[in-house]
Write a protein that binds this ligand. Structure first.
Ligand SMILES: NC(=O)c1ccc[n+]([C@@H]2O[C@H](COP(=O)([O-])OP(=O)(O)OC[C@H]3O[C@@H](n4cnc5c(N)ncnc54)[C@H](O)[C@@H]3O)[C@@H](O)[C@H]2O)c1
Length: 401
């Protein structure tokens, strides 16, 4: 298939682009590199020394003989999106190209507005470009499990059948997102659903859980293909951060009691889920939703698992409970359905001791690059001021090819 990976220079996108290319698909990466600028804005760095996209792609092409096109530009720029679709003519577009950090969106008004503009406008541009130039192309859009929040009933995959006053209907599952970032994903979901209904577009909304890990078969082929590994309080995801903290002998920073339970998945399953979605496209007019995670854990479960893995490696790992910077339930019911991708053929990589060992090993390997000053939360949901409010978000559009 011809597959465009929007956000292909990012964490999930880079792993996905390589995987799809290795599977024989013809891949184009679309990115404006704004994620790299957000690191500069925040004064943080990925643990792993990632190379510029041009070098990454050159190394991949030399190693495999497979070509990969690159379109550098901003999905908020409609002309750019439209010309990319017209030039590449993809069978599927995978849309990862959004601002994906909840804390970033909660820094202040500017960062909330920026996040919603970047994400909602980018997706709208894509929907209009598909309608205009490629109405049969399948949109695979990354949403998040965070769209649902933590309701006191089971979470379904996108839709729920409800009986009310003697009548019955299947309706979008209620959303209770926990940040302006998560809200941007809810707005996207509504826009995509509407576009499928009125224009007959085909879409798959992947409500992804929290991704962990950095190694895939493809990134392991050469050090220069290494993927991002974010561990800071704004962009780091929790398990990656715990592994880095363990490697440094820093206490694991659990927010509150740590009973917050979420869906998680290995980066190797992210790439497979995306491919499965492309290979089994939605029907014209259909907006289907898959919950893309493989296991659910509480934050404290993960801390205990990292503690045990560290102990086996001879490390002493302590657990600290910090006041939660977020507004979220610290103990709650959580049971989310996630069978549709398994039905399509996903065989999950479950979180194992060996995976935890390898994650800690990555952290140990790059120990010299760890900056422990970025572990502690600095963005608080209820406070209007924090150390980061001095900063202006790097506007999408600042970077041009
Ligand atoms: N990483 C996770 O744990 C996780 C969990 C659930 C959902 N997701 C979703 O998956 C997607 C990818 O996440 P990620 O972790 O790879 O994020 P990332 O920040 O590493 O990558 C996103 C990429 O998109 C690019 N981008 C952002 N705005 C753009 C714009 N306006 N124009 C062009 N390019 C732009 C960035 O430069 C970056 O390379 C996001 O939509 C995110 O919400 C991620």
């Amino acid at each position: 298939m011809k597959i465009a990976v929007l956000g292909g220079d990012g964490y999930c996108g880079w792993a996905t682009a390589l995987y799809l290319s290795s599977r024989g698909h013809s891949v184009a990466i679309v990115d404006n590199f704004v994620r790299r600028l957000w690191d500069h804005e925040l004064g943080v760095e990925t643990l792993t020394p990632i190379r510029p996209l041009s070098e990454r792609v050159r190394v991949w092409e030399e190693l495999t003989g497979r070509t990969m096109e690159v379109f550098s530009g901003d999905v908020m720029d409609y002309d750019f999106v439209a010309s990319t679709i017209q030039t590449f003519r993809p069978d599927a577009v995978i849309h990862f190209a959004e601002q994906r950090s909840a804390p970033y969106s909660m820094i202040d008004r500017k960062h909330a507005v920026f996040t919603q503009m970047n994400n909602v406008v980018g997706t709208l541009n894509l929907l209009f470009a598909l309608r205009e130039f490629s109405p049969d192309c399948h949109l695979v859009k990354l949403g998040t499990m965070g769209e649902y929040g933590t309701p006191n009933i089971d979470i379904e995959e996108g839709y729920i059948t409800i009986e009310h006053n003697g009548r019955k209907d299947t309706l979008p599952y209620p959303k209770q997102p926990g940040s302006f970032y998560h809200l941007s994903k809810v707005h996207d979901s509504h826009n995509i659903m509407f576009a499928c209904k009125i224009w007959g577009l085909r879409a798959t909304d992947l409500n992804q859980g929290v991704v962990y890990g950095t190694i895939t078969d493809e990134t392991e082929m050469d050090e220069r293909l290494v993927n991002r590994f974010d561990y800071d309080e704004v962009f780091g995801t929790v398990l990656n951060r715990f592994c880095v903290q363990a490697a440094l002998g820093h206490p694991l920073t659990v927010y509150g009691r740590g009973g917050q339970t979420r869906g998680f998945l290995d980066i190797r399953d992210t790439v497979r889920c995306v491919e499965l979605s492309c290979l089994h496209p939605a029907a014209p007019g259909e907006c289907r939703v898959f919950n893309q995670f493989t296991e659910q854990f509480s934050v404290l479960d993960l801390a205990h698992m990292v503690q045990a893995a560290g102990k086996k490696l001879g490390m002493t790992v302590k657990i600290d409970h910090l006041p939660s910077p977020r507004v979220e339930a610290q103990e709650h019911y959580y049971n989310a359905r996630h069978s549709k991708l398994v039905d399509l053929g996903l065989t999950p990589h479950l979180l194992s001791d060996s995976l935890l060992d390898s994650l800690i090993a990555v952290a140990v390997k790059y120990r010299e690059r760890i900056d422990s000053s970025v572990f502690l939360p600095q963005v608080f949901w209820r406070e209007s001021r924090n150390v980061r409010t001095r900063q202006t978000p790097v506007a999408a559009g600042a970077v041009r090819p």
